[in-house]
Design a binder for this molecule. Structure first.
Ligand code: GAP
Length: 501
């Protein structure tokens, strides 16, 4: 493997990570970027299959997050932003990672990561001094060569760009999509007729100079975020308009300082744990996205509350959505619900000298923000793992059981043989479905090989035209999951497809 997909090495987990990566490369889900030049650490390209799945995932995200409030829309601002944005947001000062250098090899590592890997202790959120003490106390050495480590220092994670002929204008690739929304808040608030709550989303790239990119898509230097910023009246934090929809909905939460996750209704979370109702409402929306819209098993998911030391510098309340990934042997953060208060808008107001106070319901105030953030690439990797099925007695090949809405193609269409008018009949069948669904037309190889190819990328239904098609205009439709086949008239395919999907 070009990159380490495992938290640790030398056990059966490794095998699953390797299998997934091998399939990803072979079938065009994702592979190292710039591969012919040896790749670039922390960067991956999505291939022809991966792009289709990723686009479906992003569209499921849009359908879910932009529909629970009528006043929510998507923006597409620039990826490069001036330095003042990040002075205002606090990223210049606070967006830092603790790093440590191997004295022998000169390689840099994320200090908290190598301490956790070596000791099993959670070192996230500790100060450089605390991390340096842990390194000497637990005698942590360079994971590669066993060499001595230097002192822990902090590095800013933003990627700087120099603009203009002389390169004297300093700007940054945004480290989170969120800031692209905040700088447009004043204009959009007018466009959206001055109403709260107001939602603004971006599905786009974020860039971070990660010290130790690892675990394939999980920790990259360029990645996709899907983030919804909800602007609210701070007086409404305990007042969710659609509370009745979620009050009995069960959330799986792991509170800070607790060992095990608990299942509690939104009402219980608000009453017993003092989580404000509006925040609990958004926690429910987040869990519903992963568990219901994407269909991830709830037993692999949890909402983990972050302690004061762990949470991002801009958050007052912070729960991460985590998924258990067997290939990594640990829970991984795939999203989060962040109560950012007025941190960002007040910062932008003061640095831009444009007041971000609004007049709403007869009061002047700076709106608060609750951010619903999803890391698309991490979810993509999770989908690959959680819908992956190894070879078994049932099937001699590996296969993906993606739900149809996520599958790269909804139908594969085959002519049984490439002669006697069968390809024309198969094309006729494909024509019936082409305008509404993604169709994978495959004419080469034995039919068994073609089924295997379709299963490996998770196409839920395969349609085959054969000699009988020439007689009665019917085709066979094979179900990926059960292997069952039925005969359907070509003319009935659109209606049948509707039922199947
Ligand atoms: N706007 C808030 C924000 O950026 P974050 O927790 O730093 O919060 C949000 O990032 C999500 O982006 C994470 O939950 C994770 O899924 C994803 N993410 C963060 N860093 C990443 C990286 N280096 N590679 C891939 N995904 C990453």
């Amino acid at each position: 493997m070009a990159d380490n997909a495992q938290g640790n090495t030398g056990n059966s987990r490794e095998t699953l990570g390797e299998k997934l990566y091998e399939l990803a490369k072979r079938r065009g889900f994702f592979y190292p970027s710039n591969e012919i030049y040896g790749g670039l650490t922390g960067f991956y390209d999505y291939g022809s299959t991966g792009v289709l799945v990723k686009r479906n995932l992003e569209n499921v995200w849009r359908r879910h997050f932009l529909r629970f409030n009528d006043n929510s829309f998507e923006l597409e601002p620039s990826d490069i932003m001036p330095e003042s944005v990040f002075i205002a947001s606090g990223h210049i000062k606070n967006f830092i990672d603790p790093s440590v250098r191997c004295k022998k090899e000169g390689i840099y590592y994320r200090a908290d990561h190598i301490i956790s890997d070596a000791t099993g202790q959670n070192a996230e959120g500790k100060s450089p001094d605390e991390l340096s003490s842990m390194i000497s106390e637990y005698k942590v050495r360079c994971p590669k060569c066993g060499g001595e480590l230097g002192d822990v220092k902090v590095l800013n994670m933003m990627l700087q760009v120099k603009l203009g002929a002389e390169g004297d204008t300093i700007a940054y690739l945004r480290p989170e999509t969120a800031q692209g929304v905040y700088v447009n808040f004043l204009r959009q608030f007018n466009i959206q007729r001055g109403k709260l709550p107001m939602g603004l989303a971006i599905v786009g790239k974020a860039f971070r100079n990660e010290i130790s990119p690892r675990q394939l898509l999980i920790r990259q230097r360029e990645f996709t975020q899907a983030e919804l910023q909800m602007f609210i009246d701070p007086q409404d934090i305990d007042n969710a308009e659609k509370w009745d929809e979620v009050k009995d909905y069960a959330l799986k939460v792991l509170f800070s300082g607790k060992e095990a996750a608990e299942t509690l209704s939104c009402s219980e979370i608000s009453l017993k744990a003092g989580i404000p109702k509006l925040y609990a409402y958004y926690l429910a929306k987040m869990q519903q996205f992963f568990a219901d819209a994407l269909g991830l098993p709830i037993d692999k998911l949890r909402l983990r509350e972050l302690s004061k030391e762990e949470r991002a510098f801009y958050n007052r309340i912070h729960f991460d959505v985590e998924v258990y990934l067997e290939s990594l042997g640990e829970y991984k953060e795939i999203g989060g619900v962040h109560y950012r208060t007025d941190h960002d808008l007040t910062g932008h107001g003061s640095i831009s000298k444009k007041s971000h106070e609004i007049l709403f319901n007869g009061r002047k105030f700076v709106p608060h923000i609750i951010e619903l953030s999803t890391g698309i690439d991490r979810v993509f990797y999770s989908l690959m793992e959680l819908f992956y099925n190894p070879k078994s007695e049932k099937k001699e090949w590996e296969w993906m059981s993606f739900p149809p809405r996520l599958a790269p193609f909804q139908f594969a269409v085959y002519p049984l043989v490439s002669k006697d008018g069968i390809p024309e009949a198969a094309r006729k069948a494909a024509e019936q479905l082409k305008s509404r669904y993604e169709i994978f037309y495959d004419q080469s190889g034995s039919i068994g090989r073609r089924y295997a190819r379709a299963d490996e990328i998770g196409i839920p239904f395969s349609i085959t035209a054969d000699y009988q098609t020439l007689e009665d205009n019917t085709v066979t439709v094979r179900n990926r999951d059960t292997g069952e086949q039925s005969r359907i008239a070509i003319a009935d395919l659109p209606a049948e497809a509707e039922k199947l999907l």
